[in-house]
Design a protein around this ligand. Structure first.
Ligand SMILES: [Zn+2]
Length: 114
């Protein structure tokens, strides 16, 4: 399962951060998941919940926000949100577009309780 290895790397990053934040406790991690990243939020949360057990991050929750797909037209420079995965410029109908957002998986913030 792809999401499980992603959950493991998130846990690793957050665990390092938890060491720095001591004695405060990390209670939540905010993630931004691109709609094109191929990551299933539910599966990621399930994996994270499974592997956090017995670690200092047992009470840490994931807050996930989906990032819509954005693109820029190479012909006219128009920036737009890609809806229903129609990869063409709504302004000039060019298919020569570059995806600018929507493929990422970022840790947006780490919430600490002290
Ligand atoms: Zn265009």
């Amino acid at each position: 399962m792809h999401e499980l290895s992603i959950a493991q790397s998130i846990l690793g990053i957050v665990q390092k951060e938890a060491e720095k934040q001591k004695p405060a406790r990390i209670v939540a991690v905010g993630l931004r998941i691109g709609a094109l990243s191929g990551i299933l939020a539910d599966a990621l949360e399930f994996g994270f919940d499974a592997i956090k057990k017995g670690t200092p991050l047992e009470d840490c929750r994931l807050h996930m926000e989906e990032v819509p797909v954005s693109a820029r037209c190479e012909e006219c420079g128009h920036d737009f949100e890609v809806k229903e995965l129609m990869f063409a410029c709504p302004q000039c109908a060019s298919a020569s577009i570059r995806v600018t957002r929507g493929q990422e998986l970022d840790i947006a913030y780490i919430e600490v309780d002290d």
